[in-house]
Design a protein around this ligand. Structure first.
Ligand SMILES: C[S@@+](CC[C@H](N)C(=O)[O-])C[C@H]1O[C@@H](n2cnc3c(N)ncnc32)[C@H](O)[C@@H]1O
Length: 230
């Protein structure tokens, strides 16, 4: 992916150098991920959902599985375009997406990115990474199951990134729904890759009765971009 482009968009060498390090580390895990997904590919190609195993959480407990750089650029630009001050993220992992979002919030004049992560070791590292990027004051990472930690959130939300496990995506969105302002944006990763698993979720966003206009972008094989219109 084009690092030069990232640099020009984010205009912050410190942020960029942390992102470069994290993407380098994430990239080192790619073979483990390929071997993990290999047996699931026939099911995916045949339009079946992934049969997630019980060992899934264990396998992913030290995996970055971040958004890609072009998705990072998109969320940065979208957050700038709507002057997002409050952003909620389902699935922080080691903080790559958090760093893009927090850079946007900082550049918008300040605000808060509320991250969520269930793996304690990832939370420790994500906080270190965000701090190294100089963005700590713009980030709070809620520890534990997002279904619990987001329940009592009392903010008006400008933007949401859905990037946690697919089976929880709709529940998380529905917890946040009434807090998302008109004109707010929901960006959802992996909607194309795990199409069947995300079917009900995508249908919810694409059903205009639920208050969104939504399109699946051809980005990382399918990224859902949804705007709250009422
Ligand atoms: C795809 S990764 C997130 C990647 C991150 N957004 C990035 O771009 O670097 C998904 C993360 O969601 C976390 N997660 C899964 N279920 C969760 C839950 N119920 N509550 C909070 N975090 C959860 C996983 O531990 C994992 O780190």
């Amino acid at each position: 992916m084009n690092q030069q482009l990232d640099f020009r968009i984010l205009c912050d060498p410190k942020v960029e150098s942390v992102l470069n390090r994290l993407y380098y580390e994430a990239n080192k895990q790619r073979w483990k991920l390929i071997f993990y997904y290999l047996p699931k590919l026939p099911g995916l190609f045949m339009g079946k959902g992934i049969q997630w195993s019980r060992t899934k959480t264990e396998f992913f407990s030290d995996k970055y599985i971040p958004i890609e750089r072009d998705q990072g650029q998109l969320i940065y630009l979208l957050a700038r375009s709507i002057n997002a001050k409050t952003i909620v993220e389902f699935g922080t992992s080691y903080g790559i997406s958090t760093i893009y979002l927090a850079t946007a919030v900082r550049d918008n004049g300040g605000g808060l990115v509320i991250g969520t992560e269930i793996v304690p070791e990832k939370i420790v590292q994500a906080r270190k990474n965000v701090t190294e990027a100089g963005l700590a004051e713009f980030v709070e990472i809620l520890e534990g199951d997002a279904l619990n930690t987001l329940k009592d959130l009392n903010y008006t939300i400008d933007m949401v990134l859905i990037d946690g496990w697919v089976n929880l995506a709709l529940d998380v969105l529905q917890i946040l729904d009434s807090h998302i302002r008109k004109g707010g944006i929901v960006l959802s990763d992996n909607v194309g890759t795990f199409k069947e698993d995300f079917r009900v979720y995508a249908e919810y966003l694409q059903n205009q009765a639920n208050g969104y206009r939504s399109a699946t972008l051809d980005l990382k094989g399918g990224t859902e971009l949804s705007v709250k219109v009422r």
